[in-house]
Design a binder for this molecule. Structure first.
Ligand code: COA
Length: 252
């Protein structure tokens, strides 16, 4: 099934998000970004369609979600044509509308896997960082080029990256904006696995199937506790773990 806007797309290159259900029990939702001619650049249109996809019945009733792109690009980042037009006012409004997609994706109750290939730059990497688990094709090209064009990663990218790889590596990647490959990303813990060439989607679905087979409530509560424990004071995080265990203990 394909989710599209009710309004006609601005151009043939506007892009869409394909939604499929897969897996032995048909309980995995796979979302594929399709704006291939623009290397899946995340325009506000594509972000809105992705936001609609996250709210769809197919995703809401799934037990795990995979987000992926096309072989040439998971995504080459925010649409640079649109960025030029942004003012402080439109940016504030943006994060209340289509720009909310990064946080909405991170907040899904079920586990999520990002299957990365080709270019994974800027907002593309920020979207990937909002997934629980990342798996990449060996040739994936990562990078955060924002500072080089006079801005910075601002869709949760800095906030998440610093928690995933620490401040020193974050400075290196954000300030220099240099590109890096799957091997480096794996060595730093930024991705969990490197798939065999051309099989990243299958690998991600395999991981999603494993996650979908876990007790639904336990995996969802554990996901939320991990997120909260990343920022909470130690005592609060420990208490949260204990209370979550107490709540889950009889849930099966
Ligand atoms: N926003 C809008 N359009 C983009 C885009 C982006 N982030 N990234 C690529 N595109 C478009 C190009 O404009 C081009 O469109 P056109 O054919 O209508 O001219 C098409 O996608 C293909 O890109 P092209 O640059 O021709 O491919 P390439 O293989 O030579 O280079 C990149 C690929 C990713 C290195 C290059 O496109 C690039 O640097 N993109 C911008 C990346 C970026 O700065 N992202 C972060 C923004 S904050």
């Amino acid at each position: 099934m394909t989710v599209t806007d009710t309004t006609p797309p601005a151009s043939p290159d506007a892009g869409t998000v394909e939604i499929e259900r897969t897996g032995q029990h048909h309980d995995i939702a796979v979302l594929t970004l399709r704006r291939e001619r623009k290397l899946n650049a995340l325009s506000t249109h594509l972000e809105s369609v992705l936001l609609d996809a996250l709210r769809s019945q197919e995703v809401r009733t799934s037990r795990a979600v995979v987000v992926t792109g096309v072989p040439r690009a998971f995504s080459a980042g925010a649409d640079t044509g649109e960025l030029r037009e942004m003012t402080p006012e439109t940016i504030a409004e943006y994060y209340r509308s289509s720009g909310a997609v990064y946080e909405s994706f991170a907040a899904l109750p079920q586990p999520t896997v990002a299957a990365l290939s080709g270019y994974c730059l800027g907002g593309g990497l920020e979207l990937a960082l909002a997934a629980d688990i990342r798996v990449a094709d060996p040739d994936t090209v990562f990078g955060l080029p924002e500072v080089g064009i006079g801005i910075l990663p601002s869709s949760g990218g800095v906030t998440r990256l610093v928690r995933e790889v620490g401040p020193a590596r974050t400075r290196d990647l954000v300030l220099r904006g240099r590109r890096f490959g799957a091997r480096e990303a794996y060595a730093w813990g930024l991705i969990g696995e490197i798939a065999e060439g051309g099989s990243v989607r299958e690998k991600a679905v395999e991981i999603a199937a494993e996650l979908a087979g876990q007790p639904r409530l336990a995996v969802s509560v554990a996901k939320q506790v991990i997120t909260a424990a990343t920022d909470a004071p130690r005592e609060a995080a420990l208490l949260l773990e204990q209370l979550a265990y107490a709540a889950l203990n009889r849930s099966g």
